[in-house]
Design a protein around this ligand. Structure first.
Ligand code: NI
Ligand code: MN
Length: 231
């Protein structure tokens, strides 16, 4: 398994030749101007909620790659209106086994209107148990919530992608508690630096994790992490 960061909350996870892509927002991100969306591989695209900074490039990438989109029911309907028909709808608390692994759509405390003001349903996050690889939690945009403890009751989380940028989501300090709740010591940060209100001090964020005996990884945009980096 390897992980590539495409900026903001967008990550590619390659597992056993299958490429998962999370919350593609690249062409609208100045910090990711070196990333060519045409080159991003995707067999599955997982969308947490309807905000533009999570769905901007989904239509183009889904149409180019034919990837199946995994998201909530309302976003499925929105995508159908754009001619993106290969969509697997989910809703909170439900899980489904795909060929790459098992996915649960879990609670997020946030909002989810789509860019054209269509109803984006309720926002979520994902727990992914790769068939041949680790189990991870991808929080999407969320506040710290006690519900995260339920994830640890059901899943052995090896690492988590957590939002840390503050203002629209939890900050790094709350993310250390989120990591504790879901039961992992290894976190990859997301949803920071892209816009002025979410610019953060990287060293301070890493220190907050270090002080709790945890590790915060902040890969550069375009950087690929191997599974060794997550141990
Ligand atoms: Ni959002
Ligand atoms: Mn967002």
């Amino acid at each position: 398994m390897q992980i590539t960061y495409y900026g903001h909350s967008c990550f590619g996870v390659e597992t056993n030749g299958t490429n998962l892509l999370f919350d593609p927002f690249i062409s609208g991100n100045e910090l990711a101007s070196d990333i060519d969306t045409e080159q991003i591989p995707a067999d599955y695209i997982l969308l947490t909620h309807g905000h533009q900074d999570h769905v901007l490039d989904v239509e183009d990438i889904a149409k180019r790659t034919g990837a199946q989109v995994i998201t909530n029911f309302e976003i499925m309907n929105w995508l159908a209106g754009k001619g993106v028909d290969n969509v697997h709808p989910m809703n909170h608390g439900g899980a489904f086994s795909f060929d790459f692994g098992h996915v649960r759509y879990v609670t997020a405390v946030h909002s989810s209107m789509l860019p054209d003001r269509a109803n984006g349903g309720n926002p979520g996050g994902f727990v992914v148990e790769l068939s041949e690889g680790p189990t991870f939690y991808y929080s999407g945009d969320t506040a710290l919530t006690y519900d995260m403890k339920l994830i640890a009751q059901r899943h052995d989380i090896d690492f988590a992608f957590l939002c840390i940028g503050d203002n629209f989501t939890m900050d790094a300090v709350d993310a250390t508690t989120a990591a504790e709740f879901v039961g992992t010591d290894t976190v990859i940060g997301m949803h920071y630096d892209t816009f002025p209100p979410i610019k953060i001090d990287h060293d301070e964020a890493k220190r907050a994790f270090h002080d709790k005996g945890k590790t915060l990884l902040l890969p550069s945009i375009g950087e690929t992490l191997s599974s060794d980096a997550l141990k």
